[in-house]
Design a protein. Structure first.
Length: 757
C-alpha cells in the first residue's frame, strides 16, 4: 500500500492510494468551463440588480472549483520516503515540501513549476524494506529519502541499489558511501568520522584535555570508537580504552574509570548502557567530564537524573538551540506545524528536499545535478556536495554541552576540519517608542583580589602545577576570593572545601592588585605512585585476507583465507575468526585452537553468495572476545575486506568498428550482436542495448546489465562520448558491455566484455 501525503485546509493529511485516476466528470471539466461562463453571463444579464447579491455565492463557488482544478492539473514530482508516516524523515521532508508548494512549486530548468508530493513507505525498522522499495519503484518517484539508520542501509544495500533514482539517507555510518557501487546513494548528514574528529578537536584544542578515557559499551560502536581514537592520536593524545563485555558489570566498569581518574570519559554505545554508566559514575562520586556521542537521544536523556545531564558533551549534525537565522526559522516553522521540537534527522530531511529542488532547477540528470550542487544554504549549514567525497552532501558538525535541563547548548561548530563561529542569538528589533532608561543601581566594588572562571570548568588543585592532585572543579562564571599566590603570580590560592587550593591564573580573569597578595609556598611535589607492571596479554590481529576465486562466482562456494597472528606477549587459548558476508548476510567462522606469542596461522572462511556487485565485510579476529587481550580488544573488528562477486567472463577484448561492421561479443561466429553505421550503434539479431550510468570498467558487474536499463534497439552517436558504458543483452542470451574509447572520423573504438549466464 502506498501512502500519499497531501494538504487539506492547511493540515497535513495521509491517505492510502494504489492508483491515481481522473473521473469522467473531471475529464469533462475543462470542456464545461466555456459553457459555465456563458450561462453565468446570460443569467446575470437577465436578472434585476437586486439579484446580484444572490448570485455572488454561486459565482464564488464555481470560480473556486475552477482554480482548484487548475492547481490539480499542475505537474507533480513524487519523492519516496522510507520511514513511518509520522517519522522524522517524513516530517522534515513534509515541511520543506509545504513551503516549496506554497511558493508555487519547484522550478525546472525551463521555468516550469512543479508541485512536490511525498510517497511514504514504512519499513518497520528495515523488516519491510524490500516491499517498500518495490512499491516506490512502481510509483515513479524521482528520488527517495531514507532509511534512517546505518544498520538499515548496510543490511539492505543490494535492495536500495535497485532504486534507479537518487537515495538520500541521514544514516551516518562511515562505510555507507564507500560500500555503494551504484553511485546513487547520498548521505544527508556529516559522517560519524567527522563527528569524532570535531569532538577530539574541541576536547584537546579548546579545553586542553590530555587525559582521555574512551569507553566502548557494545560491538556496534566499534567504528565510532576507532574514528574518535584516530582523531585524538592525530592530535597527539592517545586515549586510555575501557571495554564493557560480558565479564564486566557496569558498577565494576565505573570503579575502573574512577580509579584511572581521566579528565573526561568519552562513551560510545547504546543509550541504555551509557545511561547506566553515567548514573553509576555519579553515584560513586566521580565528578569528571563526560562525553557521549548519542546524548541527544530520548532513550538516554529520559534514563538520567536531570542534574546528571548538566555538562555532558556530545556531537550532532544540527541542534535546535542553534542561534543562526536559518535554524531559528526552521525551528519555529516545524514547531508550529507539528507541535514538537525537531532533531538532526528532521533537519537533514528538510535540507534533502531543498537540495532536490535546487537540482530540479538545473538541466540534465537529477543524480548528476545533486552531486554538482555547491554552497547551498541549509538548516545544517552550507551544503556543498561538489566539494565533498562521492555521495556526501554535508560536513557540518555541532559540538554541544547539555545545560542543567538537558538542552544541548552549541559550544563549537565545524565544517569538516574548518572551525566555524557558533553564531549569535537572533534578537528582535524594537519598533515602539523606547521607555526612559532607568538609573542603574550602584554596584559594589569587590574588596581585595577576586578571580572569575572563564572556561567551562577549571580544575582546582592541591598545588601550583598539573602534577598536583585535582581537588574539584569550578564552573564558568564562578567568582572566588583570592587569598595568596606563588612568587611569580602564575598560580593563585583560594579557600576550597575547608583547605587551601590552587588555580592556574593563565586561564581565568582577576580583579584587584595581585602584588598585594601574600606569597604562599608550594606544598611538596607529590611523589608519583610506582608504575604497576602490567602482565603481558595476547593480542589477536588479522594481517591479511584473500578470497578465491576472485572475483567470487555467484552460486559457487568461495574461501576467504585469513592470516591471523598473536601480536601480544602471552599465549592465546581457543578463539574464533568470523564474518557475515553481504549481500546475502551469510555467517561463516573458523575455530583456532590457540596461538603462541608471535605465531600466526590461516583461518579459512567459506560461503556461497548470489548477487553480483562490489562489497565490503569486517572480519572479526576474536569472536565474542573469548581471549582476554586487555587494550587489544579494540582491534578485533578493525580489518576490512573488499571483494567482488561477478559472473565468469566468456570473452573480452577490444575492436574498432568501421561503418557496416558487426561485433560478435561471444566470438562464436553464430551471429553478431552490435553493428555500427557511422551514426549509431545498433542491436543485431534481437540484441538489446542500453547506457549504464555511473559505472566504469572496474565497477560494472552482471546484475547492473539488466533489462530494465538495457532495452533499446539503437543508440545514436551523440549519446556515445568516450567513456560511455553500453550494456548489451546479446543475441545468444548473454549479458555484456561495450565501453566507448574514441570516435575517430566515422569509426568507433571499443573495449568489450561478455559474461556467462
Amino acid at each position: 500500500m502506498i501512502y500519499k501525503r497531501h494538504q487539506h485546509q492547511g493540515k497535513s493529511i495521509v491517505s492510502k492510494k494504489t492508483k491515481i485516476k481522473m473521473s469522467p466528470d473531471e475529464l469533462d471539466f475543462t470542456k464545461s468551463r466555456v459553457y459555465l461562463r456563458q450561462n453565468i453571463r446570460r443569467q446575470f444579464m437577465q436578472r434585476k440588480p437586486s439579484s446580484f447579491l444572490t448570485i455572488l455565492p454561486i459565482l464564488a463557488t464555481i470560480l473556486l472549483a475552477l482554480s482548484t482544478f487548475q492547481a490539480q492539473g499542475q505537474a507533480t514530482f513524487r519523492i519516496g520516503v522510507l520511514d513511518e508516516i509520522d517519522g522524522p524523515i517524513t516530517k522534515g521532508a513534509q515541511l520543506a515540501i509545504d513551503e516549496i508548494n506554497a511558493a508555487g512549486g519547484a522550478r525546472g530548468a525551463d521555468g516550469t513549476l512543479f508541485q512536490l508530493e511525498l510517497i511514504i513507505q514504512p519499513t518497520n525498522n528495515g523488516q519491510n524494506l524490500p516491499t517498500a522499495v518495490a512499491n516506490l519503484n512502481q510509483a515513479s518517484v524521482i528520488a527517495v529519502l531514507g532509511p534512517a539508520t546505518t544498520e538499515e542501509v548496510l543490511s539492505n544495500l543490494p535492495t536500495l541499489q535497485t532504486i534507479t533514482s537518487p537515495v538520500l539517507t541521514p544514516a551516518i555510518g562511515d562505510t555507507i558511501t564507500t560500500s555503494d557501487a551504484s553511485g546513487r546513494i547520498f548521505r544527508s548528514r556529516a559522517a560519524e568520522a567527522l563527528q569524532g574528529r570535531a569532538l577530539a578537536n574541541y576536547l584537546i584544542g579548546d579545553l586542553g584535555i590530555r587525559n582521555i578515557a574512551t569507553i566502548q559499551l557494545d560491538l556496534e560502536s566499534t567504528a565510532a570508537v576507532i574514528g574518535f581514537s584516530n582523531a585524538t592520536t592525530t592530535l597527539g593524545v592517545a586515549p586510555r580504552t575501557f571495554l564493557f563485555d560480558t565479564n564486566t558489570s557496569i558498577d565494576t566498569l565505573a570503579r575502573n574509570v574512577q580509579q584511572s581518574n581521566p579528565q573526561i570519559a568519552t562513551l560510545f554505545g547504546s543509550p541504555e548502557n551509557a545511561s547506566q554508566l553515567v548514573t553509576a559514575l555519579r553515584s560513586i562520586g566521580w565528578q569528571g567530564r563526560i562525553a557521549y556521542n548519542r546524548a541527544e537521544e530520548d532513550a538516554f536523556k529520559e534514563a538520567i537524573a536531570t542534574g546528571d545531564l548538566n555538562g555532558i558533551l556530545s556531537t550532532t549534525t544540527w541542534a535546535f538551540t542553534s542561534a543562526d537565522q536559518t535554524s531559528d526559522e526552521f525551528l519555529g516553522n516545524f514547531t508550529r506545524q507539528f507541535g514538537e521540537i525537531p532533531g538532526a534527522v528532521e533537519a537533514a530531511a528538510y535540507d534533502s528536499i531543498q537540495l532536490l529542488a535546487a537540482a530540479i532547477n538545473r538541466p540534465g540528470e537529477l543524480r548528476a545535478n545533486l552531486a554538482a550542487l555547491n554552497n547551498i544554504n541549509g538548516v545544517q549549514g552550507t551544503l556543498a556536495p561538489a566539494q565533498l567525497g562521492r555521495g556526501e552532501t554535508s560536513n557540518n558538525v555541532f559540538v554541544t554541552q547539555m545545560n542543567q535541563y538537558g538542552a544541548p547548548i552549541v559550544v563549537a561548530r565545524f565544517a569538516g576540519a574548518q572551525r566555524l563561529p557558533v553564531g549569535t542569538p537572533i534578537m528582535p528589533v524594537a519598533t515602539s517608542t523606547p521607555l526612559p532608561t532607568p538609573t542603574p543601581a550602584a554596584t559594589a566594588t569587590p574588596e581585595g583580589v577576586v578571580a572569575t572562571i572563564r572556561s567551562n570548568f577549571q580544575n582546582v588543585r592541591s598545588g601550583p602545577s598539573t602534577d598536583f592532585d585535582i581537588l574539584g572543579q569550578l564552573p564558568r562564571g564562578t567568582q572566588v576570593q583570592v587569598i595568596g599566590a606563588n612568587i611569580d603570580l602564575s598560580w593563585i590560592v583560594i579557600e576550597f572545601r575547608g583547605q587551601q587550593a590552587w588555580l592556574s591564573r593563565s586561564i581565568l580573569d582577576t580583579f584587584g592588585d595581585l602584588n598585594s597578595l601574600p606569597i604562599i609556598q608550594s606544598p611538596p611535589t607529590p611523589t608519583p605512585p610506582p608504575t604497576p607492571t602490567t602482565p603481558p596479554v595476547p593480542d589477536i590481529v588479522i594481517d591479511t585476507a584473500v578470497v578465491a576465486p576472485s572475483p567470487i562466482i555467484p552460486g559457487q562456494q568461495f574461501i576467504a583465507s585469513v592470516t591471523v597472528r598473536n601480536a601480544g606477549g602471552a599465549p592465546a587459548g581457543q578463539f574464533a575468526v568470523a564474518a557475515t558476508f553481504p549481500p546475502n548476510d551469510v555467517f561463516s567462522s573458523a575455530v583456532i585452537s590457540g596461538l603462541g606469542p608471535g605465531q600466526s596461522t590461516i583461518a579459512n572462511l567459506s560461503a556461497t553468495l548470489t548477487n553480483t556487485g562490489i562489497y565490503t565485510v569486517i572480519l572479526v579476529a576474536d569472536l565474542n572476545n573469548t581471549v582476554n587481550e586487555g587494550p587489544g580488544e579494540n582491534n578485533n573488528a578493525s580489518f576490512v575486506l573488499n571483494y567482488t562477486i561477478d559472473k565468469p567472463i566468456i570473452r573480452q577484448g577490444n575492436q574498432t568498428l568501421n561503418p557496416g561492421d558487426t561485433l560478435d561479443l561471444e566470438g562464436n561466429a553464430v551471429q553478431g550482436d552490435v553493428s555500427w553505421d557511422g551514426n549509431a550503434l545498433n542491436g543485431a539479431f534481437g540484441a538489446q542495448l542500453g547506457i549504464i550510468p555511473n559505472v566504469d570498467i572496474n565497477t560494472i558487474h552482471w546484475d547492473l546489465i539488466n533489462p530494465g536499463l538495457v532495452n533499446r534497439n539503437s543508440i545514436p552517436r551523440a549519446e556515445l562520448p568516450p567513456g560511455t558504458m553500453v550494456g548489451v543483452l546479446t543475441a545468444d542470451g548473454n549479458r555484456g558491455f561495450i565501453r566507448v574509447e574514441s570516435l575517430p572520423n566515422n569509426q568507433i573504438a571499443t573495449i568489450f566484455r561478455v559474461y556467462q549466464n
